[in-house]
Design a protein around this ligand. Sequence first.
Ligand code: ADP
Ligand code: MG
Length: 263
Amino acid sequence: MTTILAVANQKGGVAKTTTVASLGAALAASGRRVLVVDLDPQGSLTFSLGHNPDKLTASVHEVLTAALPVGEAILSTDDGVDLLPATIDLAGAEALLLMRPGREYTLKRALAPVAADYDVVLLDCPPSLGVLTLNGLTAATAVLVPLQCETLAHRGVGQLLTTVEEVRQITNPDLELLGALATLFDARTTHSRDVLADVSGQYDIPVVAPPIPRTVRFAEASASGTSVISGRKNKGAEAYRELARNLDAYWTGGAALQTYDAE
Ligand code: ADP
Ligand code: MG
């Protein structure tokens, strides 16, 4: 069974893309077959995995709007994951999809021919709750919500959880809410822990272990478009490897999902 994990939060800058790239690379390094899908017209995931969105002629846009077979758009990367890339064209997909019946199922149907070739598919959702995110949540078997722990402004979380609930009722009854992932976490301050305790208390969702610490290396990696995790011995990369072990044991070993107690 292929696990399709949507990484979603309509807020930008919460480390969705970093999580997809780093978790994907960590799962691939441990021998899993991984596909990552860039659903953001900004193409940050595509860029961070070493491909220039401006130079691509086949991307998720053509797959969703022109029925290009998904296999013709998938690229390999130096991080060991396969990539279904995005270009700025995807910004127009929203409008094109809106005209279609069953628009929320477009990605699910497009991925179907290749899903069985992978153990894990990670979906990097854009910073909105529009048609692309609805496609991600409809195609997914589970959803993970990154929350950055530096600000108390988590009002959007309730709205996202409402959307997840609606998707469950309408297009994807089996969607599992794995929980929140604490990102940009600073264990030295009580502030990060307060933010987490506040969020998990207010919304009653588990926080998946471990929290991902803030490290300067990540900012450098995504700016340069080089490999995110390979060869890097920093605590951010190590945290993503631990997250990969946690999720992998849960998905394939039937272990309980390890959670972080924010209290
Ligand atoms: P999103 O996809 O949710 O918009 P990104 O993954 O692009 O978020 O991350 C936003 C910014 O935060 C990027 O510049 C990224 O390099 C940085 N970042 C993400 N995770 C970390 C981390 N653990 N430590 C330091 N910087 C991080
Ligand atoms: Mg992003």
